[in-house]
Design a binder for this molecule. Structure first.
Ligand SMILES: [Zn+2]
Length: 216
């Protein structure tokens, strides 16, 4: 992915890489893209999904050679957070990155930069969720097998703010990862500054299915 991004950007000057024409694939504005996501979640909550009515053959054929997702997600790997489903979206609509604890590692940042700068996603939503095991394990700080603990340093800043309050730590973590994307990536920061991209944080409630946006 990183090499695809590098080669995609290599032919462009820094200014050109960030020019609207280089990324204006989805016609939506960042605000419209966020509304489209949240409208999809409202349909999911109300049990009136429309994405299953889409003709998957047509969508597949249209996206064989190119993709034009309007939004990107950084969500947890948790099986209870099926991203396309909870936003009522189908093939080619969402650029989804997932890792336990929805943390912005270098590989995740590179992927989201590719989504925004090359594919033209207009909004990035960092989505925490209720009962997140990665956040819970970071709070507990116990010994864990293998490389699971490699996630902890990424989540530690949220635990530092929220202490043992799991719900608050989950929200703080989503906000901190969104802020990291805004600040640690010059590519994303420039797009945000120019008004071409919005980066927001939210949480997903497993019981109600509702996504709530968080104030940054
Ligand atoms: Zn989780």
């Amino acid at each position: 992915m990183a090499s695809i991004l590098a080669s995609a950007l290599a032919g462009l000057g820094a200014g050109e890489a960030l020019a609207p024409r280089a990324m204006a694939q989805s016609p939506l504005s960042p605000e419209e893209a966020l509304k489209e996501l949240m409208d999809g979640n409202a349909r999911f909550v109300e049990g009136r999904l429309t994405s299953f009515a889409h003709d998957l053959e047509i969508l597949k054929n249209h996206t064989v050679d190119k993709q034009e997702p309007f939004a990107a997600l950084l969500s947890c790997a948790d099986s209870r957070v099926p991203v396309e489903l909870i936003f009522d979206q189908s093939i080619g609509h969402l650029f989804v990155t997932r890792v336990a604890g929805n943390v912005a590692t270098p590989e995740i940042i590179g992927s989201l930069e590719y989504g925004a700068a090359v594919l033209g996603t207009k909004v990035i939503l960092v989505l925490g969720h209720a009962s997140c095991g990665a956040v819970k394990a970071t709070i507990q700080g116990k010994a864990v097998p293998g490389q699971i603990s490699s996630l902890f340093p990424h989540i530690q800043p949220a635990v530092h703010v929220a202490g043992h309050d799991l719900e608050r730590a989950i929200a703080e973590n989503a906000k901190i990862q969104a802020a990291l994307l805004r600040e640690a990536s010059p590519v994303l920061a420039e797009m945000v500054k120019e008004g071409h991209l919005k980066i927001v944080a939210g949480t997903y409630d497993l019981g109600s299915g509702k996504v709530t946006l968080l104030e940054s």
